[in-house]
Design a protein around this ligand. Sequence first.
Ligand code: NAD
Ligand code: ZN
Length: 347
Amino acid sequence: MIPRILFGEGQFDNLGKFIREIVPRNTYTVFIVDSIHQQTGLLQKIPSVDDDVLIEADVSKHEPKTSDIDSIRDRILQEKKALPDVIVGIGGGSVMDIAKAVSVMLTNAGSAAEYQGWELVKKNAVPKIGVPTLSGTGAEASRTAVLTGPEKKLGINSDQSIFDAVLMDPLLIKTVPKEQEFFTGMDGFIHSVEALNGSAMNALGRPYAEKSKEAFEKFFLKEKDYAAAMVGSFFGGCSIANSSVGICHALSYGISWVLGFRHGVANSIVFNQLEEFYGDDVLKFQKMVKRHNICIPANVTKDVTPEQMAKMIEMTYLLKKDLISALGAGYRDILTPEKIERLYQKM
Ligand code: NAD
Ligand code: ZN
C-alpha cells in the first residue's frame, strides 16, 4: 500500500512542497515526465530547481522496454556522481512504470531484463513519487513495473517497485484523448473483473476492486466524473496488489509482445472474446464500446505465423499465477495450447 497520498483538484501546484515532505534535499531530484506534457503545459509547471534532472519520456511509439530503463539509468549515473534523493514520475501507466523501474535499477546492477519476475530485486531502490496523468492501469498504486524485454513482457514485481507517495490531481487527466481514455479505462475495468473472479483475491483487495469497477462503469455508462475515475484507477492498483489478474491479461501479453498492440487495446481485443469466462461483464464491456463509438481492432491474428502463435501461447503461460487464480491449479487442462490458439484465432 502507498503510505502517502496527496489528492485533489489543483494539488499539482503543491508538488514541490510534497516532494520535500517525503524526502529531505541532499542531492537532486530526477523528474521523468511524459513528453506529451510539453503540449498540455504541465512540463512548464514542474517544480525543478538547481541541478535537478528532467527527463522527457516519449511513450507514444511503444510502451516501456527494459532497454529504455537501462539507458535512462546509465544517463543519470553518467551525468551525476551521487544518487538522486527521489524520482518523480509524471504521466500515464508507461511513465509510472518507467519511474518505478529506474528507481530499482539505480541501485541494482545489470539490466532491467534480469529483474522481470517476482522478488528478484536485491537492493533497496531510490525513493519515488508517482503523479498519474491517465487513469486506468493502477500503476500508481501497484507493486509491479511492467516492461517489455528481449524475451518477454513481464513486470518487475517487488516491494521495491511500489511508489513511496502519490499525488493525484483529477485536473491532470482531462487532456487525455477520448480513445486513449477509453482503452486505459477498460484496462482498469478488466483488472477488477479478473481480480473479483480469481481465487487469489482476499478480503483486503475485494472492496477496492468492487469500487474500482463501479467507478469505471459509471464513467463510461453514465457520466464522466474524473475524480472518481482517478480514485477508481488507484483502487484498482490497490486491489491488484492483493489479488491478481486473469485470463484476459495472460492472453493480452502475447498480443502485445508479438503484434505490438498497446496494453489497453490488446486487453480490449482479448476481453471482447471471453464471454465464456467473464459472462455479463463482457456484455457490459460491449455496451461501453458501443456507447463511445470505439473501434476494437479485428482479425489481428490472421497473418500470425505458427512460430508467432507458439510464442503467444508461451507468453500466455508465463502468467501462471494469474491463470491459477482464474482457473485453478489444473489451468492447463482447461486452457490447453489448442484452446488458446482457438481463442486467438477469433481475435
Ligand atoms: P500510456 O502511459 O502508455 O500513455 C498512452 C498515451 O497517452 C501516450 O501517448 C501518452 O503520452 C498519453 N497521455 C498520458 N497522459 C496524458 C494526458 N494527461 N493528456 C494527454 N495525453 C496523455 O498509457 P497507459 O494505458 O496509462 O499505460 C500503459 C502501460 O501501463 C503499459 O505499458 C502497460 O503494460 C502498463 N500497465 C502497468 C500496470 C502496473 O500495475 N504497473 C498495470 C496495467 C498496465
Ligand atoms: Zn492491465
